[in-house]
Ligand binder design. Structure first.
Ligand code: FES
Length: 162
């Protein structure tokens, strides 16, 4: 006996339930999958401009000024917050130098010593001059500098670390 090309009532109900189940599964499941998988796809940019405040906060003729900031790195579910520091040295009205406060020897933090007019690293006694040049110590290169710019009166540094 040939089968009818039309669906029986039972076949129709089963088909509709399957279609509805599939639609409901997609509607409910996709956002849940997105919620679970989304953070894995997030990676924060490690190339940003960090504002250091108004340029007028760093007058010419004042000692290098320490500015501290934190950056949070997002890599999937992992969030890591690190502290950084830099010294702003306003050499002239038109020229500002921003140094990393990380020693170029083995990455301790240097400190500006106003009485001695130099940066000093307490770990192995590296000494750097006001322009970051080597005075003495085990370091083989001068202090690292951040590229900087002024936008709408705000001093900014180009930060490329994680
Ligand atoms: S880490 Fe600064 S002198 Fe060694």
């Amino acid at each position: 006996m040939a089968k009818s090309p039309h669906l029986t009532r039972n076949e129709f109900v089963k088909t509709m339930l399957a279609v509805l189940g599939t639609v409901m599964g997609v509607v409910v499941g996709l956002p849940a999958v997105g919620y679970l998988v989304g953070p894995f796809l997030k990676v924060s940019s490690s190339d940003v401009w960090v504002p250091l405040g108004p340029l007028e906060n760093y007058p010419v003729g004042t000692p290098p000024t320490l500015f501290s900031f934190t950056r949070t790195k997002v890599n999937g579910w992992e969030r890591t917050t690190n502290s950084y520091g830099c010294y702003v040295y306003r050499e002239t009205a038109a020229h500002t130098i921003v140094f990393s406060n990380v020693c170029t020897h083995l990455a301790c933090r240097v400190k500006w010593e106003q009485a001695d007019q130099m940066y000093h690293c307490p770990c192995h006694d590296a000494e750097f001059g006001p322009k970051g040049q080597i005075i003495q110590g085990p370091q083989t290169r001068p202090m690292d500098r951040y590229e900087n710019k002024v936008e709408n009166g705000t001093l900014m540094i180009h930060f490329t670390k994680g």
